[in-house]
Design a binder for this molecule. Structure first.
Ligand SMILES: Cc1ncc(COP(=O)(O)O)c(C=O)c1O
Length: 384
């Protein structure tokens, strides 16, 4: 494949060279099962516990509060369903309309099992209303699950304030921090459960973790050998965990510098896109993650735009990667009040640590031409 301009880093990121290097010995050399007593088993165990300690130190929690999983879908399911099953005396959960399906669907499944779920609205930038959250909390509310930063628009939630409200009312607080981890400082002290996925931060696919604050009990979803302190059975993915820890360290060590650079690229993107007639920026312009820009173009289909850009070797997305093939307008964009026609014309551009200024310039050179070409063959006219 020719080198493309990859601007779909919210979907996944390339594995960093340092991460691959850290993982490599754990495939064919130190391949032991971390539960085995012999030398190669002990070596694998040591690597896993080193990784756990590194991640715990980044978050300022204790290593026993980190549970490794197969990714964030599993971490979110473990947080939500695991909490619900462990505390069946309380059967009410609060979440929001703009959550990832890996949060919304476990909540919907719990509803089918007799739990009650309140789904909070968001304003036109995608932020929840703290007063609405306070009003929604009831005596039988067990859990609030609100994401830290949105995967489609980048909009950040007031995580610290949400955590304070939950703590005051004795409700556990889970946040899906997949897009925010490694991009911004998270107020870990305010959070009881936090989900992360390695492949969004230049780590490998198929590995992540759930931070579970001490004292929070969860019913495991996977039963077996009692790994991860009995909270998640299954032979540990040693290379994956080593990669996740290496990716975390890299992201946090370089966070300020990378975030500042990404913010500059984002500014450049927004200014140039705003100059194209018939566009609309979706999400919060400043209270948002540094790597995501979401924009709608009047009169064209997002899918056609993604395909046309792909022909030019530029990879972008219409929304979240997992829901792209459905051609349904994004639930996130609809929740923030984007009209259906504009929601269909949305494009998500997401940068990574490897994205250069030259790549953004090359993209911005192609984009207005492609938009014009598509509008020329569209039955809808801009301004109609
Ligand atoms: C916000 C958010 N939550 C959860 C997930 C799912 O993560 P994973 O791919 O590790 O299952 C994603 C990935 O698209 C995401 O962006």
């Amino acid at each position: 494949m020719d080198k493309c301009i990859y601007l779909d880093n919210s979907a996944t990121t390339p594995v960093a060279a340092e991460v691959l290097e850290a993982m490599t010995p754990y495939f064919c050399e130190a391949y032991g099962n971390a539960s085995s007593l012999h030398a190669s088993g002990r070596e694998a165990r040591q690597a896993i516990e080193k990784g756990r300690a590194e991640i715990a130190a980044i978050l300022g929690v204790s290593p026993s509060e980190i549970v490794f999983t197969s990714g964030a879908t599993e971490a979110n399911n473990l947080a939500i369903i695991g909490m619900a099953f462990a505390h069946q005396e309380k059967r009410h959960i609060i979440t929001s309309k703009i959550e990832h399906h890996a949060v919304l669907y476990p909540c919907q499944w719990l509803e089918s099992q007799g739990y009650e779920v309140t789904t909070l609205d968001v304003d036109k930038t995608g932020r929840i209303d703290l007063e609405q959250l306070k009003d929604a909390i009831r005596k039988d509310t067990l859990l609030v699950s609100i994401m830290a930063g949105n995967n489609e628009t980048g909009t950040l939630q007031p995580v610290e304030e949400i955590g304070a409200i939950c703590r005051e009312r004795g409700v556990a607080f889970h946040t899906d921090a997949v897009q925010a981890y490694g991009k911004i400082q998270l107020p870990t002290d305010s959070i009881d459960l936090l989900s992360v996925s390695a492949h969004k931060l230049h780590g490998p696919k198929g590995v992540g973790f759930l931070m579970v604050r001490k004292g929070i009990s969860l019913t495991p979803l996977l039963h077996g050998g009692g790994h991860e302190g009995g909270r998640r059975s299954g032979t540990e993915n040693t290379p994956g965990i080593v990669g996740l820890a290496a990716a975390s360290s890299l992201a946090f060590n370089k966070m300020e510098e990378t975030t500042a650079r990404m913010r500059r690229l984002k500014r450049r993107l927004i200014d140039a896109i705003n100059a194209i007639p018939g566009t609309r920026l979706n999400g919060h312009e400043t209270g948002s993650l540094p790597h995501i820009v979401n924009v709608s173009f009047q009169g064209i289909e997002g899918e056609s735009l993604v395909m046309k850009l792909d022909e030019h070797g530029i990879e972008t997305s219409t929304g979240s990667a997992c829901s792209s093939p459905t051609l349904e307008p994004s639930h996130v964009l609809l929740a923030i009040g984007v009209p259906i026609s504009m929601a269909h014309g949305s494009l998500r551009i997401s940068t990574g640590r490897q994205t250069t200024c030259e790549e953004i310039d090359a993209f911005l050179d192609v984009l207005p031409r492609v938009v014009e070409e598509l509008r020329a063959i569209s039955p809808f006219k801009v301004g109609e």
